[in-house]
Design a binder for this molecule. Sequence first.
Ligand SMILES: [Zn+2]
Length: 493
Amino acid sequence: MTAQPLLITNSLSRKKEIFEPLNPPFVGLYVCGPTVYGDAHLGHARPAVTFDLVYRYLKHLGYKVRYVRNITDVGHLENDADEGEDKIAKKARLEKLEPMEVVQYYTDRYHRDMDRMNVLRPGIEPRASGHIIEQIEMVKAILEAGYAYESNGSVYFDVPKYNESYQYGKLSGRNVEEMMAGSRELDGQDEKRHPVDFALWKKASPGHIMRWPSPWGEGFPGWHLECSAMGAKYLGETFDIHGGGMDLLFPHHECEIAQSNAANGKDPVRYWMHNNMITINGQKMGKSLGNFITLQEFFSGTHETLDQAYSPLTIRFFILQAHYRSTLDFSNEALQAAEKGLNRMLQAIQTLDKISPEPSSSVDVSQLRNKCYEALNDDFNAPQAIAHLFDAVRIINSAYDKKDSLTKVDLQELKETFNIFLNEVFGLSATIVENQEQNTQIISGLMDLILDIRQQARKDKSWDTSDKIRDALNDLSIVVKDGKEGASWEVKK
Ligand SMILES: [Zn+2]
């Protein structure tokens, strides 16, 4: 464990602050999850891995973390504001599916991709469509408090009115007057009173499939409302950490703050954390730019931009090698470097077991673990901690080459340090090792069985069968050698 306090850069204060949970040892963590109308891409992987690190590290420090990450399955309109078609309804229309079929399909695929990257699932994964009642209650509370108005069956949040008592824009640093001046004049036909107002509840047009009864007629919730309602329901009206991508800071998170203050009179979140964006060869990712690479395409190497396939844990390591608040640029070279680095590290862990302990150590490894804690306590500085682990890799390789020596205690210390940081906190080695072990067990069991059948065939002089087995194995680059103690096999290099 660690004596230094954990510092978190709070987007609200724009400063590093000492993390002090409201009700230790409990921590409430809410992260905006995906809108499930398409496959997950690199842009989804970054917040998932970033907040997986936060979740894992907080748990490692001994906190009891309640981690809520929502699934947006209604209300997210095409242009991220209050207009356009619902993203999920549109996909359902194009594919001739029920909206909930689209939601289930892409939720399952999201889980599959994140599982492969060893991203732990949250404790609660609430869906917006499962919390319509809570959202309606919140709209009612905001209306009662006088910070919203009904207009033609929709309900809008009154931003200028709210700004008289609170500060709209305190998270994003925007100023309501400037926003008003910079936006187009409303033409009187508009349902909104001011261009900066946002929808809490939208009236459903006749063709709109996803609709629920409400005091204002049939409709659906505004996109920002679900996170306010579900955050409060599962974590309380004020909770510890809210995370998400920097692209959500405005308007989504700004609106969440306004909604909660208007409904409950309380700031909802104590520490706001935002991960920065991913660029591809220096360019922003965007559907129109054709550089939207899905995680599946990364894992299989099937996108034209990719030189090769990249394993899920290589993607994970690549993301962790940059600080979450810096932009991260994807390129084949960068991912290949990550792949090499990760393999070098995993190799070193295996090498550790082969080093014979010496009576004294020629290098000091006692501070390594503490340095990793220092890095992570400094706003989850994973790249710094990884750099310290690479120092350990160099020491291990040099001890293996007999250029340095390590005592039994120091070898054990290195092992534990890797176990804590690489395995537990970064989630990088356990799966590989487990998968490899599991695969190895299955393969050796199957090979025993196959060689038994072949042995029996030879005894029975069924040469056809034994030749067939030999040839099929040969096609798989497996060579069988017959010896006095029976047959053995190895994979051709
Ligand atoms: Zn959200």
